[in-house]
Design a protein. Structure first.
Length: 276
């Protein structure tokens, strides 16, 4: 059951995915409470891939704050994007901040910053990248594979992903009007494979690519309340840049960078941003 919520408030959607474990939900709740969002909003927690509602009830006991429940009992495993599209349909004409399972607030005023920089025909992310999955393979960045395998996978991905630079907003945390999200075409039959979520984020027909073709601006915001257009993303001090000190949110990939050696950090920065 979907409750009525104030149509003028932005919505924050957090995806609680059972197969990934309850610890991610606990971390989100902890940081959600610690870092003031800076703006009035409604929190929707989406419970995904639960076997039954009793399992949802067990997780709800860990949530000691006001929230609106969305029990996504869709029979297909269509990852985060499938859930986001269903939520967007339920809440038309709403400004929604979508947060993935691994995503947690890292700075105060995290929602206020998105609201400050929002205007029509904008897709705003807490982080982005110029990386290309095809280029990463063709540049032999995956040493766990043979040269032949990397060339093969690079050519396969090239059919779906542009070569570097390939600007895209990372779907771990993005702010958009729900009606605008529904403009994006998604092949739901293909969303049963994890690689399709990569293509939705960074492919030739990705969220970012489709909206760019419709005249949207792709914007990154950082914790200094500054916004950056595509050609300035590498100055944002966010994902895989410097110490990532201006990140509004953390996730599994930002943490991977933080924990990496300086040598690996340099490789990751080059992979996502080129020689800077």
């Amino acid at each position: 059951m979907i409750e009525d919520i104030n149509k003028f408030k932005p919505i924050v959607v957090y995806l609680a995915c059972k197969p990934l474990g309850i610890e991610h939900l606990k971390r989100f709740i902890k940081n959600y409470k610690y870092f003031d969002s800076g703006h009035d909003h409604d929190l929707v927690i989406c419970f995904k891939q639960f076997n039954n509602y009793k399992e949802v009830d067990l997780w709800k006991k860990e949530i000691s704050l006001k929230f609106i429940e969305f029990y996504d009992d869709h029979i297909n495993i269509d990852f985060d994007i499938g859930s986001y599209l269903r939520i967007a349909k339920i809440y038309p004409k709403r400004k929604i901040l979508f947060l993935g399972t691994y995503t947690i607030p890292n700075k105060k005023n995290w929602l206020k910053i998105f609201v400050n920089h929002y205007s029509e025909k904008k897709l705003i992310g807490s982080s982005g990248s110029w990386a290309s999955l095809a280029s990463q393979f063709l540049n032999f960045e995956y040493s766990q594979y043979t040269i032949f395998q990397q060339i093969r996978w690079g050519l396969i991905h090239f059919l779906k992903v542009k070569l570097f630079p390939n600007p895209h907003i990372r779907t771990t945390g993005f702010f958009i009007n729900s009606d605008d999200l529904l403009l994006v075409k998604v092949d739901k039959q293909k969303l049963v494979k994890k690689i399709e979520t990569n293509y939705f984020e960074s492919g030739r027909n990705s969220l970012s690519s489709q909206l760019l073709k419709k005249g949207f601006k792709l914007i990154i915001v950082n914790s200094d309340n500054k916004s950056f257009e595509v050609n300035e993303w590498n100055k944002s001090k966010t994902f895989c840049l410097d110490k990532q000190e201006k990140l509004i949110f953390l996730d599994n990939k930002t943490n991977e960078y933080l924990k990496a050696s300086n040598k690996i950090k340099k490789k990751m920065t080059k992979s996502h941003w080129g020689n800077i």
